[in-house]
Design a binder for this molecule. Structure first.
Ligand code: PAF
Length: 281
């Protein structure tokens, strides 16, 4: 097992990375830490597709619209470094807030419908913060390819739009959702669930995976929504949204169609913890 190189400043990163820039393809996995198998699958994919893999760990304050959410976000640097070393990641970038935001970032992005619906609506400013930090990280790391998980489906579409808008010469690779044994989508936030909340959270994948058979049985989307609301209410969940959308544009749609690919997206609170998931139809 090789040791993972650590850079905490942009100067340190460039010193370590510049020698690889010309001859190597650089794969980049941006994260906010509290790493789990889902992140490690992105590292593995990057290692398969590129010669040199960089992972960043930075809990980005500008993408949290709720201060308490930012405070309680898990921070597990030692454990993360251990996992990255085991995964043979080449370099980890661990900048401070001052390094990334030497002055406030006032840029306002507009991604049309993409950032106005779903999490864009439920978490105002969230995707603007994501676009701010990801564009900064892309400028600093200058990767050949960047790897993102499809659990954050809306984020993947927004990052693809960001790359287009800012003319980044970076290929965005969207990777499948990794799930726990009971189907719960892997997320750093799962670590914040207590034992009973963790058990309850399994209802999300259970219900989501029942959707294809409900469609076959002739259920309309509204009927499925009602069914979910009843189940969630009975289990003490707070459903933030369950929406059906065009999988390309994220235009919200009222019912199922065979004309184009659709996606069902869910966000709900289990206790205080907000979890998301989705199902491509
Ligand atoms: O998906 C995440 O963990 C974050 O939104 C990202 C892309 C690392 C930006 O902070």
């Amino acid at each position: 097992m090789r040791s993972v190189k650590i850079a905490r400043t942009i100067i340190e990163l460039n010193t370590l990375l510049n020698q690889y820039r010309i001859s190597s393809t650089i794969g980049f996995v941006p994260t906010m830490g509290a790493l789990h198998q889902g992140h490690l699958s992105l590292i593995n994919e990057s290692k398969m597709q590129c010669n040199f893999t960089v992972c960043s760990i930075f809990v980005n304050p500008t993408q949290f619209n709720d201060k308490k959410d930012l405070e309680r976000y898990p921070r597990t640097e030692d454990e993360d470094l251990k996992l990255l070393k085991e995964a043979n990641c080449d370099l980890v970038f661990l900048p401070s807030v001052l390094e990334m935001y030497p002055e406030p970032d006032k840029r306002v992005f507009d991604f049309g419908t993409l950032d106005k619906v779903l999490d864009g609506e439920a978490r105002p400013g969230h995707f603007n913060g994501v676009a701010q930090i990801v564009s900064k990280l892309f400028d600093i790391v200058k990767p050949t390819k960047a790897f993102f998980g499809l659990k954050d489906y809306q984020q993947v579409l927004i990052i693809k739009a960001l790359v287009k808008q800012l003319n980044f010469n970076i290929e965005i690779i969207a990777c499948p959702i990794l799930r726990e044994k009971d189907g719960l989508a892997m997320s750093s936030r799962n670590a914040l669930l207590n034992v009973s909340e963790r058990k309850l959270a399994a209802l999300i994948p259970q219900l989501m995976s029942s959707i294809p058979s409900l469609i076959t049985a002739g259920y309309s989307f509204n009927r499925i929504l009602l069914h979910f609301e009843t189940k969630f209410l009975a289990n003490g969940y707070n459903l933030d949204y369950l929406k059906l959308a065009n999988a390309q544009t994220l235009q919200i749609e009222n019912d199922f169609t065979d004309n184009h690919q659709q996606i069902v997206l869910i966000a709900c609170f289990v206790g205080k913890i907000r979890l998301i998931d989705n199902l491509l139809l």
